[in-house]
Write a protein that binds this ligand. Structure first.
Ligand SMILES: *Cc1c(COP(=O)(O)O)cnc(C)c1O
Length: 356
């Protein structure tokens, strides 16, 4: 740290992203990316002709992408805005709807970026413990006394709540915003976008990084009532209006419109998830039923960290979280079927050796 850094950031602990090894020798199951390439329609628009336009600034409203989202989600364009990844959308949401008087309220075990954002912005964070088996109890969020942020399905647990529960959380917090982070919704949960007409305090955040095979393009979008979208766009235009590149806007629009490929990819993930869940359970793992493209699982005979280290030695990367509540678990991204067969074979060997 230099002596020039503002005092307010002296103790800031930044988010620690999963490893992105430069060589591709690992089977990478640690950051919930898609094992599949983007849609062919995406590859078609990222061409030399289009790249020549990079001399021009992109459209700060991302109009073409908003239009594609509007068509596919059957939602007026005024309910949507786009950002450079959904982490950025979360930043604008915290900035817009939390302050000294309004804390942020989120589950104790959830996405590690939430406490970092709260810390960065000097916002109080109220962490609600999950119930037995990492279950999220909707009642625990009634009259929460702040901006509620829930990842649904939750990460890293993989568990989801239903739309009735989300509707009720919105109703019971009518004077505060409820943010539903749907990074994994396409792998088995139901999107709260449908609730927008009845929930004026609901903000839904989604990403192209997982189910749309575009983590490297940095695309996110948010859906909410038009007055809230206005708030958020005001902040975006005050910080980084050109957050999405021209290529990302075009790639995003092409990806959203290729519904067939999207369904094919998520179908393959859901089926590989079922295979992996069963294979791991047969090996003695405790596995939580997942609605996402990852599994939260405990090897039982060893800690999450030990398992992670042993797997890494054998060329497989998974993610572990060293907190008290999660230290016996690892998070395993679901890859293609062949990847998961290899993963299960190596995992089975590792726990067998540890159990001896
Ligand atoms: C991956 C993830 C995000 C962020 O995705 P971006 O790549 O920034 O769009 C947001 N929330 C959760 C819960 C995630 O797992």
């Amino acid at each position: 740290m230099s002596r020039f850094l503002s005092e307010k950031f002296a103790s800031l602990a930044p988010y620690v992203p999963g490893e992105q090894p430069r060589d591709m020798k690992y089977l990478k199951l640690n950051t919930n990316e898609s094992p599949f390439p983007p849609s062919k329609k995406v590859i078609e628009v990222i061409n030399a002709d289009n790249a020549a336009y990079l001399r021009l600034y992109p459209d700060p409203t991302g109009h073409d992408l908003v239009e594609a989202l509007s068509e596919v989600y059957k939602l007026p364009a005024e309910n949507i805005y786009v950002t450079g990844g959904s982490d950025e959308a979360l930043y604008y949401a915290f900035l817009a709807y939390c302050d000294e008087k309004t804390p942020v309220v989120f589950p104790e075990v959830s996405y590690g970026f939430y406490p970092v954002l709260a810390d960065l912005l000097g916002i109080k964070a109220k962490r609600i413990p999950l119930r037995e088996g990492f279950r999220l109890e909707p009642e625990d969020y009634y009259d929460a006394g702040g901006t509620v942020v829930i990842a649904n399905p939750n990460a890293p647990t993989g568990r989801a709540i239903g739309l009735d529960a989300i509707r009720e959380i919105c109703r019971r917090n009518e004077n505060n915003v409820v943010v539903i982070d749907e990074a994994y919704v396409d792998f088995g949960a139901e999107s709260a976008v449908r609730l927008l007409p009845e929930c004026p305090n609901l903000l839904v955040v989604q990403t192209f990084s997982k189910s749309r095979c575009l983590a490297g393009a940095r695309i996110g979008f948010s859906a909410a009532a038009p007055d809230m979208i206005e708030d958020l766009v005001k902040l975006k235009f005050s910080i980084n209006p050109y957050d999405l590149t021209r290529l990302s806007i075009d790639a995003g629009a092409a990806a959203v419109r290729d519904v067939e490929y999207f369904d094919e990819c998520r179908g393959k993930i859901i089926s590989a998830r079922k295979y992996t869940t069963e294979a791991l359970r047969a090996t003695g793992f405790e596995v939580i039923d997942s609605m996402t493209n990852f599994l939260f699982a405990s090897p039982v005979v060893m800690s999450g960290e030990e398992f992670y280290l042993e797997m890494k030695k054998r060329g497989v990367l998974v993610r572990y979280f060293g907190t008290e509540k999660t230290k016996n678990y690892v998070r395993i991204t679901i890859g293609a079927r062949e990847d998961m067969e290899r993963f299960c074979a190596v995992a089975s060997q590792v726990v067998k050796e540890a159990g001896k």
